[in-house]
Design a protein around this ligand. Structure first.
Ligand code: AMP
Ligand code: GLY
Length: 427
């Protein structure tokens, strides 16, 4: 039987999901922007706000969707999974209550403490910013300051890394947050593991390392992610035997404590000298990480979705064994002062064997326009990270001058820096 699937969201992550599904089902999609890649793959596309649960349910019903995949966290926070489930359309994405794992960082840390999930840093939650500032003064060590709500990955300030203690206090006083989490600064190398979850079990995918900082050499403000890489196996070059498995133990404890969780569980880890600690959980695929994972997933993604919906055991996942490197092209000035509304030329032919994913661009009659977020990404694949990097970088040679790229992602120098950093910390 051909399934009818509805995809919600219009970024690079969702373009990757669309490509993973399009050949195996009848695919419909909706998003607030017209992503040309998704529109071409889908049998039907509707412009809808990702948070408009009623409109999404109406579209799902119209097209006769059997199941839905929710890309962005904004939709999860707005209860889109709940609304679809209640309308009889299985949503691969957690309901609002379970999505709090991502949408409420205070809940996330308290949940970890109560459920005894390993890898939780020292933390305190504050509703009073003066008390938070006093805690910054008295805490012995550096802290990470995190607004409790969603900020697109851009609200966290780490003392001793991005800001001084004084700047952190000014930030606490002036940013107008109602609730913040102050937690121990974790030092190490970050990696992500995404897992498919349903009915109390999960299947994990290979680790990925994202690059949050805007500029080469890990300088500049945090972004949604400038690019990412994965290796030929589940682990990454800077990780040692047992690190990947230790992170899986964390995901296992979460799934055990949240038996109703369904969808993607994304663990963001800091590999410290004492092993992996949890930076955060997300309740959906990562963007860009989905673009590393789905192109090398050989198990049809639709089989994961239907097993989850039907209460069957999730399939064991098979991967191609290729390394991947993903690089984003972002509008000039992103993330602080992005040049939205610029018309960009994307030469699809010039990417060669690399994969091209459109992200937060808007397709209009006369061309493709940037928004204020990331524009498009390319993914190279190969039998080593170096080979995948070369393919991705070559594909970006024709990106034009209205976008910015972190060319250093996946290059041998940066990989060596990561491995040396971990070796120093582990001495
Ligand atoms: P989050 O929104 O929680 O993913 O945080 C954004 C980024 O801030 C992370 O990817 C880390 O680079 C950094 N960060 C968050 N929490 C911590 C922490 N406890 N220690 C060090 N860095 C952190
Ligand atoms: N790449 C980070 C995220 O998707 O949140």
């Amino acid at each position: 039987m051909t399934e009818t699937a509805l995809l919600i969201g219009g970024g690079g992550r969702e373009h990757a999901i669309a490509r993973a599904l399009a050949d195996d089902c009848s695919l419909y999609a909706c998003a607030s922007n017209r992503n040309p890649g998704i529109r071409r793959l889908a049998d039907g596309f509707e412009t809808v706000e990702e948070t408009d649960a009623d409109a999404i349910v109406a579209f799902a019903t119209d097209v006769g969707a059997d199941l839905a995949v929710i890309g962005p966290e904004s939709a999860l926070e707005a209860g889109v999974a709940d609304a679809l489930d209640d309308a009889g359309v299985y949503a691969f994405g957690p309901r609002e209550a379970e999505a709090r794992l991502e949408t409420d960082k205070a809940y996330q840390r308290r949940f970890m403490r109560e459920a005894d999930v390993p890898g939780c840093p020292d933390f305190e939650v504050f509703d009073d910013m003066d008390a938070a500032c006093a805690y910054v003064d008295e805490y012995d060590g550096d802290l990470a300051v995190k607004p409790a709500g969603l900020t697109g990955g851009k609200g966290v300030k780490v003392i001793g890394d991005q800001v001084t203690a004084e700047e952190a206090k000014t930030y606490l006083r002036e940013s107008g947050y109602d609730r913040v989490v102050l937690e121990e600064r974790l030092v190490g190398e970050e990696f992500t593991i995404q897992a498919f979850v349903a009915d109390g079990e999960f299947r994990a995918t290979p680790a990925v390392q994202d690059h949050k900082r805007a500029y080469e050499g890990d300088e500049g403000p945090n972004t949604g992610g400038m690019g990412s890489y994965s290796d030929t196996g589940p682990s990454l070059p800077f990780m040692e035997a047992g690190d990947y498995e230790a992170a899986l133990d964390v995901l296992d404890a979460v799934v055990d404590a949240l038996p109703d969780y369904k969808g993607v569980l994304y663990g963001q880890f800091m590999l410290t000298a004492a092993g992996p600690k949890v930076v955060e959980f997300n309740a959906r695929f990562g963007d860009p990480e989905a673009m590393n994972t789905l192109p090398v997933l050989e198990t049809p993604f639709i089989d994961v979705l239907t097993a989850a919906r039907d209460g069957d055991a999730l399939p064991e996942l098979e991967f191609s064994g290729e390394a991947t490197v993903c690089k984003y092209a972002v509008p000039d000035g992103y993330p602080t002062d992005p040049d939205g509304g610029a018309r960009i030329a994307v030469d699809e032919e010039s990417v060669g064997d690399a994969l091209l994913y459109y992200a937060s661009v808007d397709e209009r009659e006369d061309g493709i326009y940037t928004t204020t977020s990331r524009s498009f990404a390319v993914v190279g694949r190969g039998d080593s990270i170096a080979a995948a990097e070369a393919e991705a970088d070559a594909a970006l040679s024709a990106a034009g001058d209205r976008v910015r790229i972190r060319h250093d992602i996946g290059k041998p120098e940066l990989l060596e820096k990561r491995t040396e950093h971990m070796a120093e910390l582990r001495e």
